[in-house]
Write a protein that binds this ligand. Structure first.
Ligand code: DC
Length: 232
């Protein structure tokens, strides 16, 4: 039996390893991976570059909202692009991470990103990760996963990722940024980060990638009776 053409929605807190897990299962089952956070990050980079964000809170919505109409964000060869510019690395810097949650709380930005995500979703066989994929973007997704992990484990992962890219982060600053983003993401009015009632919870604080794959196979086996992912 093969995995049907479903949407797999993966939501959860920052740095719980959603994108790593999503890419892993996309590869394992022949699905397309889509990182919804990259779209919010790209909008944030655009707003920063255009001088539309002052400090961490003040966003020039009068300029940002009309500018969304002409903003072209896409994925090319798995890399996030604004127009012709590849911004995959730039959107992962602390500069963008520090401003992305307030931008993602703007209802017009969410509507803009949701439109793009639903258009991508038309292609089927999609694994999409984010904060509201199983609750708002694709509430009918056939498989929903909600990922959680210990705060310090998450901060260490983000810290290691930044160091591997040549940055010199401060661990406490990374931890504080992560907690602050969780707070804003969970308490915003539009599509707050919530566990969908029908989501399966994965706590991967002490799991390696192999254990995560085994966990997913077990879930799909139970759900669709798939015995061997190579048949997918
Ligand atoms: O997953 P990430 O850290 O790249 O996400 C960046 C930000 O975008 C995060 O602070 C919350 C926001 N986000 C969101 O509000 N909804 C999504 N579906 C995905 C991300």
């Amino acid at each position: 039996m093969r995995v049907p053409d479903i949407i797999i929605a993966i939501d959860g807190y920052s740095s719980t390893g959603k994108s790593t897990f999503a890419k892993l299962i996309a590869g394992e089952f022949g699905f397309l991976y889509l990182d919804s956070g990259a779209l919010y990050r790209a909008v944030t980079l655009f707003a920063l570059d255009e001088g539309m964000i002052e400090g961490t809170d003040s966003i020039d919505l009068e300029r940002l909202i009309p500018a969304l109409d002409g903003l072209q964000i896409d994925f090319r060869d798995g890399k996030t692009c604004i127009g012709d510019r590849v911004v995959e690395d730039e959107i992962r810097t602390l500069r963008v991470s520090s401003s992305v949650s307030p931008i993602a709380a703007v209802p017009e930005v969410r509507a803009f990103v949701d439109r793009l995500l639903r258009a991508f979703g038309q292609k089927g066989r999609i694994v999409m990760d984010g904060r509201d994929i199983g609750t708002t973007v694709f509430p009918d997704a056939q498989v929903k996963i909600f990922m959680v992990a210990d705060d310090n484990v998450r901060a260490q992962r983000r810290y290691d990722e930044m160091v591997s890219k040549g940055e010199t982060p401060d661990f406490q600053e990374v931890l504080a940024n992560l907690k602050e983003r969780d707070r804003i993401d969970s308490t915003r009015e539009t599509s707050p980060l919530r566990q969908a009632p029908d989501a399966f919870v994965m706590d991967n604080s002490d799991m390696n990638l192999h254990e995560e794959t085994v966990w997913m196979r077990g879930l799909l086996q139970g759900r669709f009776g798939i015995l061997d992912p190579r048949e997918a």
